[in-house]
Ligand binder design. Structure first.
Ligand SMILES: [Zn+2]
Length: 144
């Protein structure tokens, strides 16, 4: 069985039709806007009206007379972002997020709670020590 070979619009790679993706693209046609080349600039410098007009249109981005049309082209898998060998980056990201979400609640309850209690216990000891030091500095007898 033979397949029709298609040429990739993006990279020019040729492959059989089942391996290619048909896409509709829009392109500009019928534009009266001339692209500015070095010869156009030279023409403007010597006073050529057409060249000057082309530069003015280009600077002002005057594309009012540009028509957009669509056409169907063939795109190869790599240009279409389809990779059969490698896993999709989005799938990896969502799987990683799910794994993180599953382990997150365990982290919060448990060690986090005791850590907070321990932190406040340390604060309390420091406050008591500071209070005792303040009393001794003021001349009060703290030990009886
Ligand atoms: Zn391609």
């Amino acid at each position: 069985m033979t397949y029709t070979k298609r040429t990739c619009h993006e990279c020019g790679k040729r492959d059989i039709q089942p391996n290619m993706n048909e896409q509709e693209i829009s392109y500009r046609s019928g534009s009266s806007k001339k692209s500015v080349s070095s010869s156009t600039v030279m023409g403007a410098l010597i006073g050529d009206k057409k060249s000057t007009r082309a530069i003015v249109d280009s600077v002002l981005n005057n594309d009012g007379r540009t028509y957009t049309r669509t056409k169907r082209v063939w795109i190869c898998n790599s240009c279409a972002g389809i990779e059969d060998e490698l896993p999709q980056p989005q799938k990896v990201t969502s799987a990683t997020k799910a794994a993180v979400a599953a382990t997150e609640p365990e982290k919060k309850s448990g060690p986090g709670f005791f850590k907070t209690v321990f932190k406040w216990f340390v604060y309390l000891v420091l406050i008591v020590a500071a209070w005792k030091m303040l009393l001794s500095l003021l001349g009060f007898e703290t030990s009886s």
